[in-house]
Design a protein around this ligand. Structure first.
Ligand code: G6P
Length: 608
C-alpha cells in the first residue's frame, strides 16, 4: 500500500504535500516522511506514527521548497520505524518514495552491496534510490537511470524520485501500483490517488504500467515502456471538499454510515425503470452478453467478498445461475476450471486491491466470456481493465472499516442479478417485485439508522467482553460474517460468524455468560429453525442480541430482541447490515480505539 505524492511548483510545496498525505492516510499510517529540494541541499524529515507527527515537525522546522516528494507508509518489509520510513536516499543525492513490493530485493541488495552501497533500512525500497544513484554516476540522465533501474526491478511499484543536482524535475514511474499526474496551476503533481491533490486540480492523467514521466513546475512529459513519448488522456474529476471532510461527525466511519441512504439512491439512480432494471447499465452490449452467460465466478477480498457471498444467493434465486466465489488471494492458486460462458465478476471499493487485480489479470488469460467489475472508483485499475463495469457512486470512503461501500455494492450486485435475469428471460414478476422494493430501500435504510438509541444501550455489554459470536442463516450468514469483521477490525474484540445450524457442531462449546451472541433473525422459511438454534444458546446461559422481524417471538432470559423495519426479503441483508455497523462503531467508541485508522490495517491493500 502506502501513499506517495510529489509536487513541482512555483510556490512552497511543503504544506500541500503534507495535506496530500493526510488524505492518503487510509493507504497506511505507520510512518511518514518528506524530502524537499532546497537548491544546495535536500531537507529530509521522517517520523514514526501518523502524518500529524510529520506535520508537527514541519511546523517546527519550516523547510521551504518548491520541489518535493512525500510518503505515508504501511509496513511490508521492515517494522514501522523512522529508518524504514520513506523517502529513502542514496549518497545524499537521490531521494525516492515507493509504493508496492520489489520481489527480487534480496538479489538486488546483494548486487548493490558488492558495488559499495550500504543500507540503512530493512525495506525493499531503499535499493531503488541506490540503483538510481548508480546509473546517475555513469553519466545517465534521471530518466535513463529510471529505465535502467526498472529493468532490474521485479514486482509492483509507483515511484517518485528527485536528484540533488536537479532542482527542477521529479521523475516518476508506475507498474501495477496506482500513480497519476495532476495538472495544477503553475505546478504539476503526482500522487497515488486523485483525492490527495483534489484541492489543487480536477485534471488528472492516469499513468499506465511501464510509464515513466517527468514533471516540473511548467511542464510534464510521459514515456511508455519502450521509452517513446506518449500522450495520455486527461480525465476531469471533481471531488468536493465536503466528500472528504468529516463535517459535524466524530469519525469518517460515523459519517459514512449516515450517508448510506443517499449513497444507495446514487447507486440505483438512472438504472431502474418503472418495473424492471434498464438495459445495458453495465456498459454498451452488456445486456446482449448476459443472454449467453451460464455461470458466474466472483472474486474479491474482505468486505467486498462478503457482498459477493450475498450476491451468489441472488444470482441463484433471481438469475438462475450457478455461482462460484473465491477469495481473490486464493483464486489463482487453485487452478480454477472455467466452464464455457462463465462471467468473471470482481468486486472492490477501491478498484486497486492487488489480489483482486491479479485475479482479474489471471482470469483474462482464461476462457471467460467476459469480465465485469463492481467498483466505487471509476478511474481505478480494475475499472479500466475490466470489459464491463458498474460504479457504486458511494463517494469517497475514508474510514478503513467499509460501510457505505458495502451496502452500495449490494445494491449494485442486485442490479446485476436483475440484469442477468432480464437478459436470460427469468422471473419477470420477481424482478418487478424487487425493483419496486429497491425504490424505497433508501427510506428503509434511513428508518433503520434510528435503531442507534437501542444499540447505545447494548454497546456497553458487548464492549466489556473479549469475544463475540455472530449467527445468521442462508443469505444472512455473509451479513453475520460482515458484522463480525466490522467488530474485530475496529474494536479488536475477537469475533466469529457461523451459520446458526452449525453451532451444535462445535462452537456451542464456547457459549457461556462471557460470550455475547448476536443473531440475525428475519422472517424466512427457516426462521423457526433459527429460533431453535437460538434456544440452544439460551439453554446454555448465552446472552442473545437478536435483530429480528417483529413476527418472530422469543422469550429471552438475558440480552435483547430488536425489531427491524420491514423490507422485501431479498433486500433485507442490506437493512440488517446497518445495526451491526452502528454496534461496532459504538463498541469501538467505548473501547477508545482508533476507529477510522485501526491498528495494523489500511484501506487500500495494493500489495499481494
Ligand atoms: C482492505 C480494507 C477492507 C476492504 C478490503 C478490500 O482490507 O480494509 O475494508 O474490504 O481491503 O478492498 P476493496 O477496495 O477491494 O474493496
Amino acid at each position: 500500500m502506502c501513499g506517495i505524492i510529489a509536487a513541482a511548483s512555483n510556490r512552497n510545496v511543503g504544506k500541500l504535500l503534507v495535506q496530500g498525505l493526510h488524505k492518503m492516510e487510509y493507504r497506511g499510517y505507520d510512518s511518514a516522511g518528506i524530502a524537499l529540494h532546497q537548491l544546495d541541499k535536500i531537507a529530509h524529515l521522517r517520523t514514526l506514527g501518523k502524518v500529524k507527527l510529520l506535520e508537527d515537525k514541519m511546523i517546527q522546522e519550516k523547510p521551504k521548497s518548491k520541489l518535493g516528494i512525500a510518503h505515508t507508509r504501511w509496513a511490508t518489509h521492515g517494522e514501522p520505524s523512522e529508518e524504514n520510513a520513506h523517502p529513502h536516499k542514496s549518497n545524499e543525492r537521490v531521494y525516492i518514495v515507493h509504493n508496492g513490493i520489489i520481489e527480487n530485493y534480496l538479489e538486488l541488495k546483494d548486487y548493490l552491496k558488492k558495488e559499495g552501497y550500504s543500507f540503512t533500512s530493512q525495506t525493499d525500497s531503499e535499493l531503488i534510490a541506490h540503483l538510481l544513484d548508480f546509473y546517475l554516476n555513469k553519466d545517465k540522465t534521471m530518466i535513463d537511470s529510471m529505465y535502467m533501474t526498472l529493468d532490474k526491478l521485479e514486482g509492483a511499484y509507483a515511484i517518485a524520485a528527485i536528484d540533488k543536482e536537479d532542482n527542477k524535475n521529479i521523475v516518476v514511474a508506475r507498474n501495477k501500483s496506482p500513480l497519476l499526474i495532476g495538472l495544477g496551476t503553475d505546478e504539476f503533481l503526482a500522487a497515488s490517488d486523485p483525492l490527495a491533490i483534489s484541492q489543487l486540480t480536477n485534471e488528472f492523467i492516469f499513468l499506465e504500467d511501464g510509464d515513466v514521466a517527468q514533471i516540473s513546475a511548467d511542464d510534464y512529459v510521459i514515456f511508455d515502456e519502450s521509452k517513446n513519448p506518449v500522450d495520455r488522456e486527461i480525465t476531469k474529476i471533481d471531488i468536493s471538499n465536503q466528500a472528504t471532510s468529516k463535517g459535524d461527525y466524530k469519525h469518517f466511519m460515523e459519517k459514512e454510515i449516515y450517508e448510506q441512504p443517499q449513497a444507495i439512491l446514487n447507486t440505483i439512480d438512472g438504472r431502474v425503470g418503472g418495473d424492471d432494471v434498464l438495459d445495458n447499465i453495465f456498459g454498451l452490449g452488456s445486456s446482449e452478453l448476459f443472454e449467453k452467460v451460464k455461470r458466474v465466478q466472483i472474486v474479491a477480498c474482505g468486505t467486498s467478498l462478503h457482498a459477493g457471498r450475498v450476491a451468489a444467493n441472488w444470482f441463484s434465486a433471481i438469475s438462475e445461475l450457478p455461482t462460484q466465489i473465491d477469495y481473490a488471494s486464493e483464486y489463482r492458486y487453485r487452478n480454477p476450471h472455467v466452464d464455457e460462458n462463465s462471467l468473471l465478476v470482481t468486486i472492490s471499493q477501491s478498484g486497486e486491491t492487488a489480489d483482486t487485480l491479479a485475479a482479474l489479470r489471471y482470469a483474462k488469460e482464461k476462457e471467460y466470456i467476459s469480465t465485469l467489475t463492481i467498483c466505487n472508483v471509476p478511474t481505478s485499475s480494475l475499472a479500466r481493465e475490466s470489459d464491463y463495469s458498474i460504479f457504486t457512486n458511494a463517494g469517497p470512503e475514508i474510514g478503513v472499516a467499509s460501510t457505505k461501500a458495502f451496502t452500495t455494492q449490494l445494491a449494485a450486485l442486485m442490479l446485476l442479478a436483475l440484469s442477468l435475469a432480464k437478459s436470460r428471460d427469468k422471473n419477470p414478476k420477481l424482478r418487478t417485485r424487487v425493483v419496486t422494493a429497491m425504490r424505497s430501500l433508501s427510506d428503509t435504510v434511513q428508518e433503520t439508522l434510528k435503531l442507534r438509541d437501542v444499540i447505545l444501550e447494548i454497546a456497553p455489554e458487548i464492549a466489556s467482553k473479549d469475544n463475540a459470536l455472530f449467527l445468521g442463516r442462508g443469505i444472512f450468514y455473509p451479513i453475520a460474517k460482515e458484522g463480525a469483521l466490522k467488530l474485530k477490525e475496529i474494536s479488536y474484540i475477537h469475533a466469529e460468524a457461523y451459520p446458526a445450524g452449525e453451532l451444535k457442531h462445535g462452537p456451542l462449546a464456547l457459549i457461556d455468560e462471557d460470550m455475547p451472541v448476536i443473531a440475525l433473525a428475519p422472517e424466512s422459511e427457516i426462521a423457526e429453525k433459527l429460533v431453535s438454534n437460538l434456544e440452544e444458546v439460551k439453554a446454555r446461559g448465552g446472552t442473545l442480541y437478536v435483530f429480528s422481524d417483529p413476527s418472530i417471538s422469543m422469550d429471552l432470559k438475558a440480552g435483547r430482541l430488536i425489531n427491524m423495519p420491514k423490507c422485501d426479503f431479498l433486500l433485507t441483508p442490506i437493512i440488517y447490515t446497518i445495526p451491526l455497523q452502528i454496534l461496532s462503531y459504538e463498541v469501538a467508541l467505548l473501547r477508545g480505539t482508533d476507529i477510522d485508522q485501526p491498528r495494523n490495517l489500511a484501506k487500500s491493500v495494493t500489495v499481494e
